[in-house]
Design a protein around this ligand. Structure first.
Ligand code: FAD
Length: 431
């Protein structure tokens, strides 16, 4: 019998976390406890939920558990784009009123994240550097056009760049056209999530290296089995993204889609001089199977690309694929090896909508932010807690979508493979 993993267990260390000083993790849970609220997953969503629950109910006993360690787990593995406005995939110029409300909520959440990082006193590399989006083929140009229409309809600042202007900024002539939008922060994600976790109130007990293995409901309480102990809770929040399906929620709506990133070593000054005028920039793809790029302030390039369905790809395959993508964009780079490469799981939903809300009495879930859950996850974690407190909240399914149904296995995987091969062929120049 195959045993399903209820939590991610990454084989490759997060490159961002490896660049930071060692951090001592909070102890794992060793004995049974009983709490008012248990939050599973100490990521962007879970940390935000824990803090907000405490601010609304300061007397509540809250436990927050994570299968990994802060900075090393999924929340510290992303590309560090903290968008203040909708992602291109979510942008719809025909529904501008709804988009504007979503943008306002996202921007105010971003302001809260910044204030918290500031208050933490941690040194976090985070800058409002904006983001480029760039197209290398007709498929990408079409998506760029849609995003430009959204930015125009929403009255958001942006700048169009032809291939030459883009090359002057980022040193690559891979793209035909680009669009720059200032409404995005670029962060060292592992440092950012460490800073946010450091401000958890004292009454929130954080247990790292403590995976939830199984949930059971016993009359009006929830029992969660972890490797060494059981947690008994009145209310339960699942903030563990794709892995909430392994605990029985959102099985027909969520997929753990693994995607990969790599960081070069710090590049020589002569190489950096050939990489355009911008010293700290980020570029998002215009095709969903395309590649994200960054140049970091300490002189590295980062590339994020490639996907695998429900399992981690082998290191050699990842490193080869990522280096190839970087070399295509920057043929002037000398021969190099990526210094770090790693993967992470995105909570992928077919239509990009979230798995969000109260699923059973006392059981709340926020999962499925796809590729853009740093700021959105923080917002949805907070709103979920307001739902749990019976407060009136904006209509999340209307604003951010509701995850659609996917067929069960093996049909789901077959469907994914077919769609991915068609899409990667159509978008082959963007990969
Ligand atoms: C390579 C990569 C690049 C990305 N780039 C960006 C980007 O630039 N910008 C952006 O906004 N988003 C990006 N994303 C997506 C982003 O990382 C997620 O949307 C975001 O982290 C979601 O936050 P979360 O807190 O909801 O979930 P997660 O960050 O997935 O956190 C869930 C937490 O739950 C824990 N967990 C899981 N299962 C269990 C269990 N059974 N028991 C206990 N703990 C458990 C995990 O260890 C994890 O810490 C990227 C993702 C990847 C993989």
């Amino acid at each position: 019998m195959s045993i399903r993993k209820t939590f991610p267990n990454y084989k490759l260390k997060s490159g961002w976390n490896a660049l930071l000083p060692t951090r001592e993790a909070s102890p794992a849970l060793k004995k049974n406890i009983s709490v008012d609220v248990l939050i599973i997953g100490a990521g962007w969503t879970g940390i935000s939920a824990a803090k907000h629950w405490h601010s609304l109910s300061p007397e509540a006993g809250i436990a927050l558990i994570d299968a990994s360690e802060i900075g090393e787990g999924n929340p510290g593995r992303n590309s560090g784009f903290l968008l203040e406005i909708a992602l291109a995939e979510d942008a719809n110029p025909d529904q501008i009123e709804k988009m504007n409300l979503g943008n306002r909520l996202t921007a105010s959440t971003m302001a809260e994240i910044l204030a918290e990082i500031d208050a933490s006193g941690h040194e976090v590399d985070i800058t409002k550097a904006g983001t480029y989006r760039a197209a290398a083929s007709d498929v990408g140009l079409k998506s760029l056009q849609n995003y430009r229409a959204f930015l125009e309809a929403a009255g958001l600042e942006h700048e169009s760049l032809d291939a030459t202007a883009l090359k002057l900024r980022i040193g690559s002539d891979f793209y035909q056209e680009g669009l720059y939008s200032p409404d995005c922060y670029l962060a060292q994600p592992a440092a950012a999530i460490r800073a946010l976790a450091s401000l958890l109130p004292e009454s929130v007990q954080l247990f790292e290296n403590t995976a939830a293995l199984k949930l059971t409901q016993q009359s009006s309480r929830w029992q969660v089995q972890t490797p060494n102990a059981v947690i008994n809770a009145r209310k339960l929040v699942l903030a563990n993204n794709a892995f909430s399906k392994e605990l029985g929620i959102g099985r027909s709506r969520l997929v753990a889609m693994h995607t990969y990133a790599g960081l070069t070593p710090v590049l020589e000054k002569s190489v950096l001089d050939d990489l355009g005028s911008d010293e700290n920039w980020g570029l998002l793809p215009t095709h969903r199977l395309g590649s994200t790029l960054r140049r970091t302030i300490d002189g590295r390039l980062m590339v994020r690309s490639m996907h695998s369905y429900e399992k981690q790809a082998p290191r050699e395959k990842i490193i080869g694929g990522l280096q190839h993508r970087l070399q295509r964009r920057f043929p002037q780079l000398p021969n190099f090896e990526l210094e770090h490469c790693w993967g992470g799981a995105v909570g992928f939903t077919f239509n990009g909508g979230a798995v969000w809300g109260e699923f059973k009495p006392g059981l709340y879930v926020s999962a499925g932010c796809n590729g853009g859950g740093t700021v959105k996850g923080t917002l949805l974690g907070k709103l979920l807690v307001e739902v749990a407190h019976g407060m009136k909240v904006p209509d999340v399914p209307k604003l951010f979508g509701q995850a659609s149904w996917m067929p069960p296995e093996p049909f789901r995987k077959i469907g994914y493979k077919l769609a991915a091969s068609v899409e990667s062929h159509q978008g082959r120049h963007e990969l």
